[in-house]
Design a protein around this ligand. Structure first.
Ligand code: ATP
Length: 299
């Protein structure tokens, strides 16, 4: 058949449940609809509609809530090449000329592929993590060396230049949307702004289930562990902190099985090792949420 070429296809065996992302169903739907849906339709149709693909999107919210995870997984879903991740502060640590060159290089592969393959080019995702470090209000005293300004200019010229580039999506990430230079948030640039906030209780159940999935299915979690209870005790925890909680609990379980000072090191009942409710209670004394806790709650 004469099917028009597409810039992206949905990977045939892709399952939402397998993405390992908890509590972000609505955010995922919105991101997909606004930034990716148009890309799975034939370019001919997009032309008829007279629209262009979204080129930039800003994900904002507290650290460790799954922004990077989400970007990577959507990329996988659309058979995009592995996203290139650049870190704002890292770019700032370079000389002006070097930073500009690095930004230019980021776009080079996509530009090359678009030239060679046109509409059949795959999707290229570029992630700017902690983008606020380079994109503070331009001219503000904070930008210091001036590296920030010139890198922002370079980034903007690349994004504005991607008019003919159908195959790029730039994802900016920040904890502080209010710190971002307005010029970057305009239509045609990082035009979509999606908040990824801390998970609610139901989200925490999903995330804890994801991060204990292996130990549960392999019978290495004690039956007294109640995920709902843990979710109720972890208000303000981010996904990354919930992951940290599971790791901490596991370390307490390991510790029970280590005999310090013996040759063997590990006790004989290792095969019966299970992570228990008590391990999680110890972990709750050790791992605390960094964000979203009000003064009142701390007292
Ligand atoms: P940062 O702003 O610090 O870059 P981020 O929002 O990009 O953080 P990620 O790097 O995606 O956060 O998350 C770090 C790790 O925390 C993930 O690899 C994952 O193990 C866990 N995690 C975070 N959020 C979720 C979630 N919603 N569901 C499952 N796991 C999560």
């Amino acid at each position: 058949s004469n099917r028009a070429p597409t810039t992206a296809i949905i990977a045939p065996n892709f399952k939402f449940e397998d993405m390992g992302i908890g509590g972000l169903d609505n955010e995922f739907s919105t991101i997909f609809r606004r930034a990716f849906a148009s890309r799975v339709f034939p370019p001919g149709l997009i032309e008829k509609l007279g629209i262009t693909h979204t080129k930039g999107m800003m994900l904002y919210g507290p650290p460790g809530t799954g922004k990077t995870l989400m970007a990577r997984q959507i990329g996988k879903m659309l058979n995009a090449s592995e996203p290139k991740v650049v870190n704002g502060p890292e770019i700032l640590n370079k000389f002006v000329g070097q930073s500009e060159e690095n930004v230019r290089k980021l776009f080079a592969d996509a530009e090359k592929e678009q030239k060679e393959k046109g509409d059949e080019s795959g999707l290229h995702i570029i992630i700017f993590d902690e983008i606020d470090a380079i994109c503070k209000q331009r001219g503000s005293t904070n930008s210091g060396t001036g590296v920030g300004d010139s890198v922002v200019n370079q980034l903007l010229s690349k994004m504005d230049g991607v008019e003919q580039l159908n195959n790029i999506l730039v994802i900016g990430m920040t904890n502080r949307l209010d710190m971002i230079d307005e010029a970057l948030l305009r239509p045609g640039r990082f035009e979509i702004h999606i908040e990824i906030s801390l998970p609610d209780e139901e989200g925490r159940v999903q995330i804890l289930n994801i991060h204990t999935n292996k130990m549960r299915t392999n019978g290495v979690m004690a039956s007294d562990v109640n995920i709902e209870e843990l979710a109720s005790l972890t208000k303000n925890f981010s996904g990354a902190e919930l992951n940290g909680l599971v790791k901490s609990a596991t370390s307490f379980a390991f510790n029970r099985h280590i005999k310090v000072g013996t040759m063997a090191g590990i006790s004989d009942d290792i095969n019966s090792m299970k992570v228990s409710r008590e391990d999680f209670m110890h972990a709750l004394d050790e791992v605390h949420p960094a964000f979203g806790v009000s003064e009142e709650e701390l007292q």
